[in-house]
Design a binder for this molecule. Structure first.
Ligand code: ATP
Ligand code: MG
Length: 557
């Protein structure tokens, strides 16, 4: 957004640091763990890190925080790179925490040499059990006072694979009485005889997040290391390692993570939905992942605007998904091509229009654009498809669409008067008859008739059939993660509606992947990148035209 706004708290810190000379230049990083696909929460972090560096003439690195060999995969690395670039950002340098395993090992040795780290034979469970409580100090391990020589020897043996998983760990020697539990001799290294997606079997000891993250920041000379609030309690440890090692003084700052209504945002939960087949992969259009939003038809600009609008806070909150939908509507209203599509077709027969006669009508592509986005041809004939819901046998009050005797305008074509209708044996209306008024042609109307309703339609003579997928919220409750029991029980069973054979105007036969369309009165649509084929088009609804959903839910409340 271009409007003026006051500085957020991170911008204030950075301007202070630049002014005081504490920072010479601004260097940020985006540090995903490659254990899943990126979601809209990550987009907030990406926009923030790249945005700050950009604003202050700095640089941003992409760093894969790949210190846990068990959950990480190359597929995730590739998808993360694709998503960051799709959002519109290009990193300065690409790094992997695993590239620093050698340096991190040397840092650990240095701390042992300074008497600030020791090898402990207690198991992770025993360590946790002797850590004390916030009001009660922890108990020292019997191995806490090993000599520097012994520690160096044991740590080397750990690295050489002499011990099994869990047999020994390396711990920092800090303060067992610290009110901050993270400072009570935290674990720095654990043994894990598992192949790593990049280093293979080169290592069997792996650094913990806390020992890897700050040091990696420091190696890359990151000036402002921005993370989410749950790491606030880790900050003293982050600073302690850097100080004791005497390396580049990176500093950590925290902001509130993005939460969004009617979805879950943790990669672990999203992975479960994928693995249990509850969604159509990580890029299911109902998922809050960037690949899902892309497949659904969200544009990178709409997501950047969304991140801009929600801003950066220090307090946890949950953002209404309606705001995200507002941002994509705002973007597509300006760019999407207007087209006609009938999702639930019944026939409309114009009894006074000669059989066999056809017309080509010129229709604008987008009235919001100066040149109307150019024009396309619409085919008109005696028999049309219209939406079943646009006819009512006994009209309600203020009904401006078709009903016996009523007049409406067929968009871009003529005014028609309804003269009759036909039902099938079950009583369902299957055909409506009408007469058209030849002098009422759009653009050259001399009929003098004014009608209130305008309807979309498709010529049965020249149209294409396509599958159309309509989406709703993936969950039925605002914050599924906060509800009692398994969050999956709150999934919305009606989140996907597949219309097998919608009728689309002929020009949509040439639709291309990545193009955005407004189906008049029905919403914004795009081709599905996974299932659409030239001989069987599949369209996804990105978003409806109006926020009818939130209005209805308020009415119900
Ligand atoms: P998740 O809990 O979804 O698995 P994570 O924090 O473990 O997320 P990382 O890959 O470690 O995921 O995150 C990379 C960066 O993105 C981190 O700096 C993290 O703080 C940030 N991030 C993750 N989720 C959000 C969110 N919901 N809002 C804002 N930033 C986020
Ligand atoms: Mg993480």
């Amino acid at each position: 957004m271009s409007e003026e706004r006051s500085l957020n708290f991170l911008e204030e810190i950075i301007e202070d640091d630049l002014q005081s000379g504490r920072s010479v230049s601004i260097h940020t990083r985006f540090p995903p763990e490659p254990n899943g696909y990126l979601h809209i929460g990550h987009a907030k972090s990406i926009c923030l890190n790249f945005g700050l560096a950009d604003k202050y003439g700095g640089k941003t690195n992409l760093r894969f925080d790949d210190t846990n060999p068990v959950t990480e995969e190359t597929e995730y690395v590739d998808s993360i790179k694709e998503d960051v670039q799709w959002l519109g950002f290009q990193w300065e340098e690409e790094h992997y925490a695993s590239d620093y395993f050698g340096q991190l090992y040397d840092f650990a040795v240095l701390l042992i040499q300074k008497g600030l780290a020791y090898v402990d034979d207690l198991s992770a469970e025993e360590i946790a059990a002797t850590k004390g409580t916030p009001t009660e100090p922890g108990k020292a391990s019997p191995f806490r006072n090993r000599s520097i020589e012994e520690n160096l020897q044991l740590f080397t043996e750990m690295k050489e694979g002499k011990y099994n998983d869990g047999e020994k760990v390396l711990r920092a020697k800090i303060d067992l009485a610290s009110p901050n539990m993270h400072m009570r001799d935290p674990i720095m290294y654990r043994i894990k005889k598992t192949a790593h997606h990049r280093t293979g079997n080169q290592w069997c000891i792996y650094p913990m997040y806390d020992f890897a993250h700050g040091q990696s920041d420091s190696i890359e000379k990151i000036s402002h290391s921005i993370c989410t609030l749950e790491f606030e309690v880790h900050r003293p440890l982050y600073s302690w390692y850097i100080e004791q090692l005497g390396i580049f003084p990176s500093r950590q700052f925290e902001f509130a993570r993005l939460n969004l209504t009617y979805t879950v945002m943790s990669k672990r939960k999203l992975l479960q939905l994928v693995q249990e087949g509850l969604v159509d992969g990580w890029d299911d259009p109902r998922m809050p992942t960037l690949s899902g939003l892309r497949r659904r038809g969200y544009t990178p600009a709409s997501i950047r605007h969304f991140c801009d609008r929600i801003g950066v806070q220090r307090r946890e909150n949950i953002i209404d998904v309606g705001l995200l939908e507002f941002c994509i509507r705002e973007d597509l209203n300006k760019s999407a091509l207007r087209r006609m599509a009938v999702l639930d077709p019944i026939k409309l027969v114009i009894t006074n229009y000669p059989a066999g006669q056809t017309e080509v009508l010129r229709s604008e592509n987008n009235p919001e654009l100066e040149d109307h986005g150019g024009y396309r041809d619409l085919h008109f004939s005696r028999e049309l498809w219209i939406e079943a819901e646009d006819f009512m046998e006994t009209p309600a009050k203020k009904w401006f669409r078709l009903a016996p005797g009523a007049q409406v305008r067929l968009k871009n074509a003529y005014i028609v008067t309804c003269t009759g209708f036909t039902k099938d044996s079950s009583g369902k209306v299957i055909e409506v008859q009408c007469e058209y008024i030849p002098e009422s042609k759009s653009g050259q109307d001399t009929s003098g008739i004014n009608v209130k309703g305008t309807m979309h339609w498709i010529s049965t003579d020249k149209c294409i059939n396509a599958e159309v997928r309509l989406y709703d919220r993936l969950f039925q409750v605002e914050n599924p993660s906060q509800e009692e029991g398994d969050y999956k029980t709150y999934m919305n069973p009606q989140s996907l509606e597949i219309i097998a054979s919608a009728k689309l105007e002929h020009s949509l036969g040439g639709a291309k992947l990545g193009e955005h369309f407004q189906f008049i009165r029905k919403g914004y649509f795009t081709l599905d990148s996974k299932h659409s084929r030239p001989d069987k088009l599949v369209f996804n609804r990105t978003v409806t035209l109006k926020d009818t959903w939130s209005k209805e839910s308020k009415k119900g409340a």
